[in-house]
Design a protein around this ligand. Structure first.
Ligand code: ADP
Ligand code: MG
Length: 614
């Protein structure tokens, strides 16, 4: 957000409780907004960014509130100790619940969260030592250096300092190495795994993080209210928090405040206005909420914050400034892998096979690739080239056969482990995160090369490592010719450029073996030439490359060795010269399926392409 807005916001927050003309009701309302913002901030991370829907957050608020209520009233503990006790219990409970429920996919996950949300709610209501449905009263006020925070005005500052710190921490997390992985959860899970990122563990991390924020909110709530009972920790409150996240704008930390403020203010107004309008005191606000929700989902699916922020950006021309930012400053280079000597056997497929039901997509394919070689894998559409890539990179399990990489079996490893060994790839169907910048997308590729944990990321203590990662990403982007687009949103690039971005991302992983699936598709002639130059430069640096490509001129001039596939079977292999004279290959390409050979309109027609390059 713009700095001016931020300062204005902070000044208003700081001054409001000081003015005696500020109604008490405003302060109370703002306190509730702050408490809700904490919970919603967790949902921003979990649901808005991570795509994991939870209907159980209110229960974690309850854990924080009940822990401090019980320990301060019954055990005489200080609230400052019970804060940490509450966090510890929440950590444990959310870790266990997360490890179990997050395995569920699709609508089973929200159903799972409803189940444990309800269980915890009824637990609060039924446990005798927690006061059953009466709850616990007589909770002391928090004491800071002898100052008792009794009353709304005094709690106000504590609540909002915690809120602002949590927003700062969450923002830091989202713009860090772990944050990039978290932002890939929703739509790029498979892609991220193939860069060695353990996505299942990031799911648990954001789940626990959101639960901890909710627990802190509960602790503050208990000491503001000075009493707890089960009802604010039930399912309808969880649903309300989810409303706030969605209405505010799921994926931004500022959306959390906007959503909480909007919903709570609206709820209050509805309660005031509705009885006058329809002459009833019955509880109709949920009906109005339901209707509003449908309208929001229909007309502002990304919530209110993105609308506000793009309006502000258009006023201040912020977008342009973003794009013209200077490249990240130089940082010490990341450590590099030892590359095998030229000629070493890097990759070997030995009768690799993949069946999809009755279809044999890859039919006992064998070939070898040595260090410093570019091997081309060619064949008509549907020949099994991409499937072969997916077998090598562990995206698909082999039906049988052996795949070895530098003497190590790949065919039993998950894609994450294969990436760690030094296999980088691009995808035939581009897989990037369209709303992330080009630079961040490429930095995702370098994920394994520096270790930055969640704690140091949230505390902004990761900046050296972060600078190295971004610097590496910028270097790779310049190398492939995208140096002018560092801060562009990746989704705004032309399709051909997106493919090139994927190459930069794969290079950022410092691979030994690079697998490129149709990298030149959609490129113009000149761009293809530049790409060819980059690839031969990489080869001269000792990189091993396996290349799938339809443009025959491109393939013939660049590769050292070719493997031709047709209907899943290896038709021939040899040098480009040999392949162009191979009768079986000519037969396959010229005999009926020639239109398949060259899907790229800008090159010459297929039959000419094979012969023409000779
Ligand atoms: P290529 O990359 O050479 O164009 P593919 O490897 O994508 O070919 O596909 C080879 C064959 O396997 C095709 O017939 C395709 O329809 C089939 N195929 C690929 N992926 C799957 C899948 N996940 N499930 C079922 N069939 C598949
Ligand atoms: Mg393919």
């Amino acid at each position: 957000m713009n700095r001016i807005l931020l300062v204005v916001f902070l000044v208003i927050l700081a001054v409001l409780p000081q003015l005696s003309s500020t109604p008490e009701f405003w302060i109370t309302q703002l306190n509730y907004i702050g408490l809700a913002t904490l919970v919603v901030l967790g949902l921003v991370l979990l649901t808005g960014v991570g795509g994991l829907t939870s209907f159980g957050q209110a229960a974690f608020v309850g854990i924080g509130a009940y822990t401090t209520a019980y320990l301060t009233t019954r055990m005489g503990w200080s609230p400052w100790f019970t804060l940490f006790a509450g966090l510890a219990i929440t950590f444990l409970v959310s870790y266990i619940l997360g490890a179990i429920t997050l395995r569920l996919s699709g609508h089973y996950l929200p159903l799972g969260t409803i189940a444990w949300g309800l269980s915890l709610y009824y637990l609060f209501g039924n446990l005798e030592f927690l006061g059953q449905y009466d709850g616990i009263a007589g909770i002391q006020a928090i004491n800071i250096f002898g100052l008792s925070l009794s009353g709304g005005r005094r709690m106000f500052y504590l609540i909002w300092i915690v809120v602002l710190l949590s927003m700062w921490a969450t923002y830091n997390l989202l713009t860090s190495r772990p944050g990039r992985a978290i932002r890939a959860l929703r739509s790029g899970g498979g892609m991220a795994e193939s860069f060695g990122i353990n996505m299942a563990s990031y799911k648990v991390i954001i789940f626990v993080y959101a639960a901890l924020l909710a627990s802190i909110s509960g602790w503050l709530y208990a000491h503001m209210q000075r009493a707890v009972s089960p009802s604010p920790f039930g399912l309808n409150y969880s649903i309300e928090y989810l409303f706030m996240a969605v209405v505010g704008g799921g994926s931004s930390v500022w959306g959390a405040i906007v959503g909480s403020a909007l919903i709570l203010t609206l709820k209050d107004q509805i309660q005031n206005v509705l009885p006058g309008l329809i002459n009833t005191t019955a509880n109709f606000e949920l009906v109005v909420f339901g209707i509003l929700m449908i309208l929001v989902l229909q007309y502002a699916r990304d919530g209110v914050w993105p609308i506000l922020s793009s309006f502000w950006a258009s006023l201040t021309k912020q977008d342009k400034v973003q794009r013209n930012r200077a490249a990240p400053p130089d940082a010490p280079p990341l450590p590099q892998r030892q590359r095998p000597q030229a000629g070493t056997l890097v990759l070997e497929l030995d009768s690799a096979r993949k069946e999809f039901g009755g279809l044999v997509a890859v039919n006992d394919i064998s070939f070898k690739l040595k260090a410093g070689e570019i091997v081309g894998l060619i064949g008509p559409n549907g020949a099994g080239k991409s499937t072969t890539f997916n077998l090598i990179t562990g995206v698909l399990p082999t039906t049988r056969g052996k795949i070895t990489f530098l003497g190590q079996r790949l065919d039993k490893l998950p894609s994450r482990e294969i990436a760690k060994l030094g296999v980088g790839r691009t995808f035939q169907h581009v897989q990037l995160l369209p709303t992330m910048t080009v630079l961040e997308n490429v930095a995702l590729g370098a994920h394994l090369r520096r270790n930055v944990g969640v704690v140091s990321a949230t505390l902004h203590a990761d900046r050296k490592a972060e600078a190295q990662l971004l610097n590496e990403a910028a270097i790779q982007l310049k190398r492939v010719g995208l140096g002018d687009y560092l801060y562009e949103q990746a989704g705004n690039l032309a399709l051909g450029q997106q493919r090139i971005l994927e190459i930069a991302r794969a290079l950022a992983a410092d691979p030994i073996l690079l697998l490129l699936d149709e990298p030149a598709a959609g490129l113009r002639y000149k761009e293809k030439q530049e790409l060819a130059q980059v690839l031969s430069q990489l080869r001269s640096e000792g990189m091993s490359i396996l290349l799938v490509e339809h443009d025959m001129d491109f393939v013939m001039s660049l590769t050292d060795h070719l493997v031709v596939m047709d209907f899943g079977t290896k038709l021939a292999e040899g040098t480009p010269d040999e392949i162009q004279k191979n009768p079986a290959v000519l037969e396959a390409y010229l005999g009926g399926i020639d239109d398949e050979l060259d899907i790229d309109e800008q090159s010459s027609a297929a039959p000419v392409a094979v012969g023409g390059a000779a």
